[in-house]
Design a binder for this molecule. Structure first.
Ligand code: GLC
Length: 545
């Protein structure tokens, strides 16, 4: 493997949503065996590392973000031996492995939670979670007014071992995801044990799930009208004390040679608060959701890039650039909507709006070249390299996301971006597994246009573009971490230079304009006009003398 300790400052990391990536054993569910068989696809693509969504034993109430054992593999995904083989085989191909750790909550099937239910109020077993008596007569009302992220209240009442209605436990997500008590030293020690367990098996780092939760305000006060994204202190998001946890984790990571790394999932709206997670003795990187949410408009994109660079510079951390992941609607489909429509990141925020898929694909190509040329690291969500759109019309009976259930069947949730990858062939299951077994979420017939097999043969495909871009990125010292200088471009466009004569121009919605005199085109996301001008929704990478 390339040996630079700071590899993560410029890394392109491919997100494997394991349940939907490739199925090795033919049960319709992606697994470690399937991922091992497809490692060459990732090596050929030219990424530096793979982040694997949770693969631990889990009832899959929230697709594996409900972990019942942090130090094992769910039998549906494989065995520990498979995982160890995967790490070796990935390393042989120069691919690093990042796992997903879920510290805010366990599954309600975790041994600790079962013990907590059995042990009763006031017990050390209950103290690993957040149990409280209810309010009002007979404790009938929840301890406070906190809401769960997937809809409904954040508290569920338990029946005590003697059969009486008892305490309530906190779950900021689904009922099956009880929040841990991070004031409890045993909880902290156990997570350090989990980190070491996987680090000792060669894993190179962790993505930290909802890294900005964990600590709750003493006394658990009501949240009132305060929204998640309001500035100022919040009783359960982004509490100052959470940073102590990450300083401890960083110390563990730094005992390894080369040091292990972390990436935070932290939807923290205030730039200065967000940057605190990236201080030199805390986490290495964090997903940049500010950019993911920016509208396809030159000023919005530029403002987000500038804000990102500014906030990361304060703490000396490299930014990351993300277009899609398993929690948001695929960007081909988001970009297919009118940029002025003000859509959010979810399918539900855009499902009723008309979609221009050709525009979406054009913009997705232009956006890929943008993120791969910006300073820092970048993420590719499985299927991005195929230009895969969101599946917007999954049959309701197949919807599995707790959002669908907890919203009383009013929000479709996140399944549309989690449909198993089409590898080959003309109809489902598109080579997802070894036989004809249908995958756990149905694939639409139109996936035939987006298979890896088809893209592989087409020099103009999204896949071909990604491969070329990532090859150039590897060969170009100026790309990845490093400085950026803005260029003067027409309104409606973006332009910047990196070191050694590299330049990027992106025409978002300006009139077609000329490239600089003498510039050599290294790569273009789409054709130039007959007169050699840069048209709308198109990015070029240039070498300028
Ligand atoms: C994160 C995950 C998401 C999960 C939630 C609860 O946001 O990305 O998929 O549902 O945390 O663990």
């Amino acid at each position: 493997m390339s040996d630079t300790a700071a590899w993560w400052r410029s890394a392109v990391i491919y997100q494997v949503y394991i349940r939907s990536f490739a199925d090795g054993d033919g049960d319709g569910i992606g697994d470690v065996a399937g991922l091992r068989q497809r490692l060459d696809h990732l090596a050929d693509l030219g990424v530096d590392a793979i982040w694997i969504n949770p693969w631990y034993p889990s009832p899959l109430a929230d697709a594996g973000y409900d972990v019942s054992d942090y130090r094992d593999i769910d039998p549906r995904f494989g065995t520990l031996a498979d995982a160890e083989a995967l790490v070796r085989e990935a390393h042989d191909r120069d691919l690093r492995i990042i796992l997903d750790i879920v510290p805010n909550h366990t599954s309600s099937e975790h041994a600790w939670f079962r013990e907590a239910l059995r042990a009763g109020p006031g017990s050390p077993e209950r103290d690993r979670y957040i149990f409280r008596p209810g309010r009002g007569p007979g404790g009938n009302r929840p301890p406070n007014d906190w809401r769960a992220m997937f809809g409904g209240g954040a508290w569920t009442r338990v029946t005590e071992p003697d059969g009486t209605p008892g305490e309530w436990y906190l779950h900021l997500f689904d009922v099956e995801q009880p929040d841990l008590n991070w004031e409890n030293p045993e909880v902290r020690a156990d997570f350090e044990k989990t980190l070491r367990f996987w680090f000792d098996r060669g894993v190179d780092g962790f993505r930290i799930d909802v890294a900005n939760s964990l600590i709750k305000e003493q006394g658990l006060p009501d949240v009132g009208d305060r929204q998640h994204h309001d500035p100022g202190p919040h009783p359960h998001w982004d509490r100052d004390e959470v940073h102590d946890v990450y300083r401890e984790w960083r110390a563990v990571a730094d005992t390894y040679d080369p040091p292990k790394v972390f990436v935070a999932e932290a939807w923290v709206p205030e730039a200065d608060r967000f940057a605190r997670y990236l201080r030199p003795d805390e986490l290495h990187t964090a997903f940049n959701f500010d950019f993911l949410k920016a509208a396809w408009r030159a000023p919005a994109l530029r403002e987000s890039v500038e804000r990102t660079l500014r906030e990361h510079a304060v703490v000396g951390a490299p930014p990351t650039w993300v277009l899609s992941n398993h929690d948001v609607a695929r960007h081909t489909s988001r970009l297919a909507r009118d940029p002025a429509a003000g859509i959010g990141t979810s399918l539900d925020s855009m499902i009723d709006l008309p979609a221009d898929l050709d525009a979406g694909l054009r913009r997705a190509r232009a956006a890929a070249l943008l993120i791969f040329a910006l300073p820092g690291g970048a993420y590719v969500y499985q299927g991005d390299e195929l230009g895969l759109p969101e599946v917007e019309d999954l049959p309701e009976a197949s919807l599995d996301d707790p959002t669908w259930r907890r919203s009383g069947h009013t929000q479709r949730g996140r399944d549309g971006c989690r449909v198993p990858i089409p590898w080959s062939g003309d109809g489902p299951p598109f080579g997802f597994g070894p036989g004809d077994d249908q995958p756990w979420l149905p694939q639409p017939e139109w996936f035939s246009r987006f298979t890896v097999e088809r893209a592989d043969k087409d020099p103009e495909s999204m896949l071909a573009l990604y491969r070329r871009a990532l090859r150039i990125r590897r060969e170009t010292a100026a790309l990845g971490d490093g400085p950026l200088t803005w260029l003067d471009v027409p309104p409606g466009a973006l332009g910047f230079a990196r070191d050694h004569g590299f330049a990027l121009l992106l025409n978002v919605d300006a009139e077609p304009f000329a490239l600089p005199e003498g510039a050599e085109v290294l790569l273009a996301s789409g054709p130039l006009t007959d007169d050699g001008l840069l048209p709308q929704d198109t990015t070029v990478w240039l070498h300028v003398a």
